[in-house]
Design a protein around this ligand. Sequence first.
Ligand code: SAM
Length: 285
Amino acid sequence: MSIEAGTLYIVATPLGNLGDISARALEVLSAVDTIAAEDTRHSARLLQHYGINTRLIALHEHNERQASGGIVRRLQAGESIALISDAGTPLISDPGYHLARAVHEAGLRLVPLPGPSALTTALSVSGLPTDHFCFEGFLPAKGGARRKRLEALAAEPRTLVFYEAPHRILDTLQDMRDAFGDERPAFLARELTKSFETLRLTTLAELCEWVAADPNQQRGECVLVLGGAERRDDEEGLPDEALRTLAILREELPLKQAAALAAKLTGEKKNALYKYALEQENSDD
Ligand code: SAM
């Protein structure tokens, strides 16, 4: 495979099982001039496993803005560089966004090498709807801010995906139970692709109790996937966001046009929006 000069390769690496690296990723990591890694010692062990001796430099959340300039200059000088993170796909709850932006802005080339991510891996086995989902990454570490964020998500109809640190999993599950209720479908994906991989689809109440009763479930890396909120039966089952959109448009447009445009913007049914707006206006009279 030919490596292009002045190109940044964004390379996904395994989540745990080293067999999950792609043949193309190995070729690129061997052939580039430099690999920018989140933790060079961690990645050195990974590269050693595959017999790759490419030079490593550090790019982590604390030096990213400053290091990006240096990496762009190296690319401008004709180097080829690969970006990897500790595990999975760079930029997915990992550093690299500022660098990718700077490379685009400098008019240089980026090449993605797709592969594992805990997000898609967990979703793929969750048994929950995946046609629409919303990735929340890590919740705030502090209890108050976390509960506030969860409350704001309580009516979200899409499947929700969260990353969480093992020492917070119990508190987070308890806060989720308070915000979303006992019966919300909940899926835990722990230690994906590793020896102690655990997958459990149940309800929030049961998952909370199961994790609390088994300290082994409070270790390792985990993803939590929750079913979305059931659509409400009142107001023709229209979500709050659609009602807000309709209200804003109604201030500027005739009812029929406002309903049609709100339907286009939100994906809700035009007739349901029209009927709702009509009822509102009749009840206001
Ligand atoms: N960039 C990574 C990706 O593509 O998934 C995510 C990096 S983020 C800093 C680390 C979080 O990803 C962990 O706290 C955990 O929530 C999730 N994660 C990473 N590896 C995992 C695994 N093997 N099993 C379950 N979750 C994992």
